[in-house]
Design a binder for this molecule. Structure first.
Ligand SMILES: Cc1cc2nc3c(=O)[nH]c(=O)nc-3n(C[C@H](O)[C@H](O)[C@H](O)COP(=O)(O)OP(=O)(O)OC[C@H]3O[C@@H](n4cnc5c(N)ncnc54)[C@H](O)[C@@H]3O)c2cc1C
Ligand code: FES
Length: 266
């Protein structure tokens, strides 16, 4: 399943100084944590997580990172079209847990929002922790509020919420955890943050799932571009969601990845 569908952008939200959310009217039926390949004709095709999703629409939050994402930001207006291939990859496993704790940062927030949607539908207790450099970079507070989800915020400069890292808030959460509930911690964001979250979960003896990012080309397990270490794991097909425990077994996790030509990048 790798042919493109082409969708009109029906709305664009400027959600932070460097991230716009693109709304498409289509029931994508993606599972929480999955991603699509977004094709900007004449420029590139890049992997993007699914954010807010209903039976009639899905959202993709795109941060300006380079050629393709900048071209989308500058050129795509409401009514224009983008190619979408997918959804691809593994998804968050939440059905068996009572308490869902999400830890997201930057463009790791869209999959956390999707997880919060699905988990609240099942009546789970949901705690979301979001970190950003400052107040203006916090994402989707309106949509988390719509779900009635408790959201705890951390900013580097203290302009909103806790001044410091979202892992500081997670540490507090872990101290006060109700041990009678089956809890899982989910994380998506900068890899250094995810390493810390996975280590904290291991130390506390709590399950953890991480959503990893690697350079992708095919997006469905054929080209080998997104492999990590020598376990043969392809992040597009065997990931992006894997357990924190399995991620920590990989020497690459939090240390280096591979660029477009396969060369190791710190
Ligand atoms: C599973 C997954 C989900 C993602 N979800 C989101 C999201 O929801 N929102 C968001 O803004 N970004 C997301 N990203 C990151 C996004 O794909 C990259 O920022 C984007 O590809 C940058 O492309 P560019 O041409 O603008 O930048 P470039 O100038 O080409 O590169 C900028 C950075 O992005 C990396 N990158 C470039 N192309 C790719 C690619 N094909 N695959 C992976 N990394 C690449 C480069 O290694 C470099 O570090 C996700 C990545 C993955 C793997
Ligand atoms: S991107 Fe081709 S195998 Fe993962």
């Amino acid at each position: 399943m790798s042919s493109h569908l082409v969708f009109n952008v029906t709305a664009i939200r400027q959600d932070s100084p460097n991230l716009k959310t693109y709304v498409f009217e289509h029931n994508l039926r993606a599972k929480s944590g999955q991603f699509v390949m977004v094709w900007m004709p004449g420029v590139d095709e890049v992997p993007m997580s699914i954010g807010w999703q209903t039976d009639t629409e899905f959202h993709i939050g795109i941060a300006n990172a380079g050629d393709c994402t900048n071209a989308i930001s500058e050129q795509i207006k409401v009514g224009d079209r983008l190619g979408i291939r997918g959804p691809f990859g593994t998804s968050f496993d939440y059905a068996d847990y009572d308490h869902i704790i999400g830890v997201g940062g930057g463009y790791g927030t869209p999959p956390m929002l999707n997880l919060a949607q699905r988990a609240t539908e099942l009546g789970k207790e949901v705690t979301m922790i979001q970190g950003a450099r400052s107040k203006d970079y916090l994402l989707y507070e309106d949509l988390f509020a719509k779900l009635g989800v408790e959201i705890k915020l951390a900013t580097d400069d203290g302009s909103e919420g806790h001044k410091g890292y979202c892992t500081d808030i997670l540490a507090e959460e872990l101290k006060n955890l109700d041990k009678s509930k089956k809890t899982c911690i989910y994380t998506c964001g900068p890899e250094g943050m995810m390493v810390k979250v996975a280590q904290m979960a291991e130390e506390a003896g709590i399950d953890c799932q991480v959503s990893l990012e690697r350079y992708m080309k095919c997006g469905f397990g054929i080209c080998g571009q997104c492999c990590m270490d020598d376990t043969g794991i392809r992040i597009c097909k065997d990931g992006p969601v894997i357990t924190g425990k399995y991620a920590l077994e990989h020497t690459e996790f939090g240390k280096y990845s591979r660029g477009q030509s396969g060369i190791v990048v710190k």
